[in-house]
Each structure stands twice: as C-alpha cells, then as structure tokens.
Design a binder for this molecule. Structure first.
Ligand code: DON
Length: 363
C-alpha cells in the first residue's frame, strides 16, 4: 500500500469506529450517572450485578487457564532488549468482582513491566486534574488505525486527532501531568497507579534502564509532538517520565485490581479509595475501547465488547463496567503487540460471565 492509500485506509477505519465509540460512551455515561445518583455507601455485592456464583467464576478462570496454558503461539517483545528475557511460560489470571473478591489461576505474583497499560492511568490522572477537554483538544480521542509508535499517524494531522493510547499521545499525556519538577510529577503518577492497584508499586529498574538506553524513537516522537505544539515544554523530560511509568512492575492481581477500580466507578473495591471520580471513568473506558489494542482494537471490541488495554510486557486489562475487572499476564505477543494467551483467556472468561456490556438480557 502507498503511504497515501494507507492514510486513507486509516481514516476510513477511524470513521467506522466512531459510531461504536459513541454507543459505548453513551452506555458508560448512563451507568456513571446511575452510579452517581444512587451513590451507594458500599460497593454493590457481586450478586447484585447479575454475576454468576463464586464457584462459577472460579470455574471460568480455571477453564481458561487450563485451555491456554500450553498454547505456544506469539513471541516475547525484544525491541526493548530486557523484554526479550521474559519467561514465555508465565501465565496468570485475576478476576476481581465488586465485593473485592479475587479469583485467580496460574502465577499471579510474578511481576512484568506495565508498559502501555500505564497510559490508561496517566490519562485518568490528567482527566481528573484538567478535565476531559484537555485531552480531547490537545491530543484527540480517535483511533489512528496504525502501530502504537507510528510517526505517520502524527504527520497526518500534525500531532492532533490521535489518542493517549499510542506513544505520541501517551508521551504528550505524561507532559500534561502537573508538578513543579520531575519528581513531583512522578509522585503524582505513581500515586495514581498505587490508588488503582491498592498497593505501592515500584519501578523495575532493569527495564527502565534498558528502555531508556534504546528509546531513540520515542525521544524523536516527543520532540515531534513538541515541534507541533502539543508538548509545551521539555519533551526530553516527558519522554523520560513516560519511560519510567512503562517500567512499573505489576502482577496479574495488580492488573485485575486496577481494571476493577475502573469497573466500579473509579473506586478500588478492596481499599475503598476513590482513585478518580466516577464521572470521569466513561471517558477513560471509551478511549480504551477505541484504541486499547492498537490496530486490532476494532476486532477485539467486535468479539468481546470490553474496553481493554495491552502492554508489550505481556499484560492486558479488561473492564466489564459494574461487573468485574480482569488482569492477565503472559509475555508472548501477536503481530499487533497484544498478548496471545491474555486475549484468549479474557474473551473466554468474559463470555462465561456475561461480561459484554452490549449484551442485554432478554426481558
Ligand atoms: O514506548 C514503548 O514502546 C513501550 N514502553 C510501551 C509500548 C507498549 O506497551 C505497546 N503495547 N502493546
């Protein structure tokens, strides 16, 4: 395909996705309004959200784990050198329900770097502090239909009309976190991640060093977003903090908890802490639905209906609003950069639990 033909194809993919996003945003907004008006003092019990029984949930998690644990497909990322050393057999699943119960299978304690999943939570921080329009006006909320580190996607609209899930949008989002210096900005970012996860997370230093030494493409992207006026100051600092946020260590349980906090109106179902206001959650989920799995986002939404986000460390989070959050870790990735086992496990578990928000029970 010529560059022009691929730009036209990407634009037409964006248009096709627009109607799906509008529908999802409407459903999510209605659910946020309902949550706001009822303002439950405690998170609702799992049974209240039409969830299967605890035994059924655990059976669905076990079944997916057993079905895919020996699946030998995909390749661990190695464009960040240290990621090439990841254990391809690592596989852990965690589903977290409204009552804070955690259903697990496999290894849910081994940490991988959060990578692009971090983009969701930095975006959440910026929306919480500066409002929805700050992201929409400065970055955009449209799928690019291109790779996560595409420079062509920046060039098409001079850095506008992209989204916070691709690297140019994510580095710009990080540049929008307020703070007097790099440390203050970092404390805000990691503090937000901690609130979502319900524990203190830390940076995997080896991963940070490995990516910092090899992230010339991201440095170029940061400079380009500065040249186009989307990053207002110090693109090198924004890229460095972005690199650090991608190196935060998480296990499947952390990811399940972070997803569940989004599933339950921004409130961590175990600690009870409000990580972001419920009113902002629909916007975060809408961008995940649009662009969370990069150029395979449409296919993913078509099959599952779930807002999700992947990272090249092998993690994926997915959110069934009001029902559950799920986190899966398994390093081998497909051609689009999404964990192979994680996608399959989440799709199966969500189907078993009735997780698709577009699927309405017969009346
Ligand atoms: O900037 C990068 O390339 C990585 N730190 C993150 C990329 C990523 O996770 C894309 N995920 N599917």
């Amino acid at each position: 395909m010529t560059t022009h033909a691929s730009i036209r194809a990407a634009r037409s993919r964006r248009r096709r996705m627009a109607s799906a996003i509008a529908l999802l945003t409407m459903i999510a907004t209605q659910s946020a309004i309902a949550q706001k008006t009822k303002a439950p003092a405690k998170p609702p019990a799992a049974a209240a959200a039409n969830m299967p029984s605890p035994a059924q949930i655990q059976a669905a998690v076990d079944a997916a784990y057993n079905k895919y644990k020996n699946l030998d497909s995909g390749k661990v990322a190695d464009y960040i050198p240290i990621l090439g050393k990841a254990d391809p057999k690592l596989f852990g699943i965690a589903v977290v329900t409204a009552d804070g119960k955690v259903y697990t299978a496999g290894d849910v304690t081994k940490e991988v770097s959060i990578q692009s999943i971090s983009k969701v939570f930095t975006m959440a921080r910026v929306i919480q502090d500066s409002g929805e329009m700050a992201i929409e006006n400065n970055i955009g909320v449209d799928a690019t239909g291109m790779k996560f580190n595409s420079i062509i996607a920046v060039e098409v609209e001079k850095g506008a009309e992209i989204n916070p899930m691709v690297n140019p949008g994510a580095i710009t989002t990080t540049s929008m976190v307020g703070g007097a210096n790099a440390d203050a900005i970092w404390q805000k970012i990691i503090g937000t991640y901690n609130d979502f996860a319900g524990r203190n997370l830390s940076v995997l230093d080896e991963v940070y060093q490995s990516e910092a030494a090899t992230n010339q493409r991201n440095q170029a992207i940061g400079s380009l977003m500065y040249a186009y006026g989307h990053i207002h100051d110090n693109p090198a600092q924004a890229t460095d903090i972005y690199t650090k946020q991608c190196a935060v260590g998480v296990n499947a349980k952390d990811l399940g908890m972070m997803a569940a906090t989004l599933a339950f109106g921004g409130r961590n179902p175990v600690t009870g802490k409000q990580a972001i206001d419920a009113v902002h959650v629909p916007s975060v989920l809408a961008v995940m639905a649009t662009a969370g799995l990069y150029d395979d986002s449409g296919k993913w939404l078509y099959h599952t209906g779930l807002p999700a986000k992947s990272g090249v460390g092998g993690g994926i989070i997915a959110v069934s609003p009001g029902k559950f959050g799920i986190g899966v870790v398994s390093p081998p990735l497909d051609a689009a950069g999404n964990s192979v086992r994680a996608q399959r496990a989440i799709a199966d578990i969500s189907a078993a639990l009735g997780g698709n928000p577009y699927q309405v029970a017969k009346r």
